[in-house]
Design a protein around this ligand. Structure first.
Ligand code: 5GP
Length: 187
């Protein structure tokens, strides 16, 4: 498991370097030395790359880089939010799901609804039969959130799946958007 994760991390670093001419300033470490529990300098450099691109509006490059570590088991920012290690504005919580305001809202109401336990659900495309219950629970929680936010008569639920959909955090999440006239088709 650890070696699979290390190889995946190694290959993602190579591919990330090739992505768009961004070159990491230091040579990469031996793959077997990469410890996901205690992020190595290589993983931290990759995370910095993702943050830079997301912050500069290059969502596609950031999403590609994020996809590379999706299935390594590496924790995401949402793990810290669930553990309440970093602040978030929680609007709904039960034993299975957590809903909080998006830090970069795309509408007056923009809430993220996530399962508290990821259980392999890095993205919707990875769903298996055992996930059916929590998937239904997430959708129902989205409706409860819309009610609480006063947008139940007009809201949108979005799941970005994979790099081509610009998914940037690999812990399944539903975006609940509303509070303004939403356009169709989306971008
Ligand atoms: P995705 O692009 O993966 O569909 O959506 C990830 C969402 O997570 C983005 O809308 C982004 O703004 C949000 N996000 C990323 N980091 C944080 C954070 O630290 N706090 C909160 N509240 N939202 C975040």
């Amino acid at each position: 498991m650890a070696s699979t994760a290390a190889l995946t991390t190694s290959s993602l670093l190579r591919r990330s370097r090739a992505l768009r001419g961004h070159v990491f300033p230091k040579p990469l470490p031996n793959p077997s030395s990469i410890n996901l529990a205690r992020p190595s300098p290589a993983l931290l450099r990759l995370r910095r790359f993702m943050c830079r691109n997301a912050a500069s509006g290059n969502e596609e490059a950031a999403a590609k880089a994020a996809a590379e570590i999706a299935d390594t088991g590496a924790p995401t920012i949402f793990d810290k939010i669930i553990a309440k290690e970093i602040p978030s504005t929680i609007v709904y919580e039960d034993d299975k799901v957590l809903a909080f305001r998006d830090v970069n809202p795309q509408a007056p109401v923009h809430i993220l609804v996530i399962p508290k336990i990821r259980d392999g659900l890095t993205q919707l495309g990875k769903a298996e039969p055992r996930h059916a219950e929590v998937l239904g629970h997430l959708l129902f929680a989205a409706k409860l959130v819309a009610e609480r936010e006063g947008i139940v008569d007009g809201f949108r639920v979005v799941i970005n799946n994979g790099p081509e959909a610009c998914q940037s955090v690999y812990h399944l999440h539903l975006h609940v958007l509303g509070g303004r006239q939403l356009k169709w088709p989306p971008g």
